[in-house]
Design a protein around this ligand. Structure first.
Ligand code: PFF
Ligand code: NA
Length: 454
């Protein structure tokens, strides 16, 4: 059997883990979620979730991957013979996410090219759904492939699978060492331009204005936990896989803090940039910021192009930088999620990395074509909704309950992390994992089931 791959340097691992964490979740999800859930007051549940669930679970997953040196299924099997299926469940969730996340990156590639002559025109909504996606041609069903989506989608997969072919050190590590610094620089340029626009202050006021009454609302807490889970890439096999490539001597706890705070810093930066731009839009149209707020697909592909049209100068350049940042953030996340099933296949069937990338990644690429059809957006929405509600959060809960209460391995994992890390894990970590997180997440899942099934 081949020797297990390893990261070349500590920074390489951190860049890769940050690359996985920083994605569309930071740029288009966080700003809208924070705004809708209490603005400045949202930071209280958000920080609570980061410190009692996000970073503790990150440390747990790093520690498990490092200790058992396996992809998620192998790690869970080495933990206990009966729990391998949990690893496969996580891998399956990752696989499904990769099939549609790749499509959004493909849109961003197209839009970065459209930026050069503001191709989207003045009706940006009509352009996205009509001219670009051809959604209305076949209402509620799928049609033929849309070339403007299909071609960039092929590019996305060629790039990602090409990087994975090269392996952990020569592929993933090097790519992230280039992508992440580039992303940070581009994003800083965008944010500086954004906060110096007229109206930026109005946007920031709307964003940070705290509504403390919302803190009593359980939904706000659910939103905070959901954001932390998705945003940190925890509970979907990624961080276990990446940490299985760590060298023996690695400071796990420290790395987890760097990745956790790094991701949140990027989120905060995105919130500032997005709301400064929204403030500019609101003021130039003479409406309240509330009327222009959006998140997700609507924010990136409808509202942003409309705002870019209105820019005082260098519209094309700003548009290009914005969509390029989506592409870079997206590719580094897609790499990590694809690696989870590549690693799963290599460990399980003892096949070469090349074969695993070809089969696993190839299958995901073929399935992703479904969303590149006219009407493919319907499938994309359905898949995304299902995964977010029942995939990631439920897995997180199962994982924590399993480790803390069924297998009772908290002490064991703590000792392992403490042996190799500078920061020593004490009762903050054990209490967060075995009591706070299961209670809050159990409550959260109960609410979700009640809403959707009962
Ligand atoms: N942490 C990522 C984000 O915030 O966007 C979540 C993610 C999504 C990771 C899709 C990887 C991925 F392929
Ligand atoms: Na993130």
């Amino acid at each position: 059997m081949e020797k297990r791959s390893q990261w070349g340097t500590r920074a390489g691992f951190i860049f890769a883990a940050v690359g996985s964490a920083v994605g569309l979740g930071n740029i288009w999800r966080f700003p809208a979620v924070a705004y809708e859930n209490g603005g400045g007051a949202f930071f209280i549940p958000y920080l609570f979730a980061l410190l009692t669930a996000g970073i503790p679970i990150l440390i747990m997953e790093f520690s498990m991957g490092h200790k058992f040196r396996g992809s998620a299924p192998l790690t869970f099997r080495r933990l206990n013979k009966k729990t391998e299926f949990i690893g496969w469940w996580a891998v399956l969730v990752a696989f499904v996410i990769s099939t549609y996340y790749s499509v959004i990156i493909a849109w961003a590639i197209s839009y970065s090219i459209f930026s050069f002559n503001l191709n989207w025109g003045s009706d940006t909504e009509g352009f996205l759904y009509g001219e670009y996606l051809h959604l209305a041609d076949v209402p509620g069903q799928t049609g033929s492939l849309v070339p403007g989506v299909f071609i960039p989608l092929i590019i996305v997969w060629v790039v990602v699978l090409g990087i994975l072919f090269k392996g952990v050190k020569k592929g993933i590590e090097i790519a992230n060492r280039i992508f992440i610094p580039a992303l940070v620089i581009i994003f800083l340029i965008i944010v500086i331009r954004a906060v110096t626009l007229p109206g930026a202050l109005e946007g920031l006021n709307a964003f940070f204005e705290p509504d403390f009454t919302r803190i009593a609302d359980p939904d706000v807490w659910i939103a905070a936990y959901g954001q932390i889970f998705f945003s940190l890439s925890i509970a979907f096999a990624i961080m276990i896989t990446y940490s299985s490539y760590l060298p023996k001597k690695s400071d796990i706890t420290n790395n987890a803090f760097i990745v956790g705070f790094g991701n949140s810093a990027f989120e905060l930066l995105a919130g500032i940039g997005v709301f400064a731009v929204l403030g500019f839009m609101a003021v130039s149209q003479g409406v309240a910021v509330d009327e222009v707020v959006a998140g997700g697909v609507g924010l990136a592909f409808v509202v942003f192009p409309a705002i870019i049209n209105e820019f005082p100068a260098l519209n094309e350049l700003f548009g290009f930088l914005f969509f390029a940042s989506l592409v870079l953030a997206g590719l580094s996340s897609l790499m990590s999620i694809t690696e989870t099933y590549v690693a799963g296949l290599v460990d399980k069937f003892k096949i070469s990395r090349t074969k695993a990338v070809l089969f696993g990644g190839g299958l995901a690429a073929v399935i992703s074509l479904l969303y590149a059809t006219q009407g493919g957006l319907y499938f994309l929405d359905a898949a995304d909704y299902f995964i977010n509600q029942f995939g990631v959060a439920l897995l997180g809960l199962v994982e924590v309950v399993l480790i803390a209460w069924i297998l009772r391995r908290v002490k064991n994992i703590q000792t392992h992390a403490n042996e190799i890390s500078d920061i020593r894990l004490g009762s903050w970590w054990t209490i967060s994992l075995s009591i706070i997180t299961p209670i809050v997440m159990g409550y959260m899942m109960f609410g979700l089931f009640k809403q959707n099934i009962l």
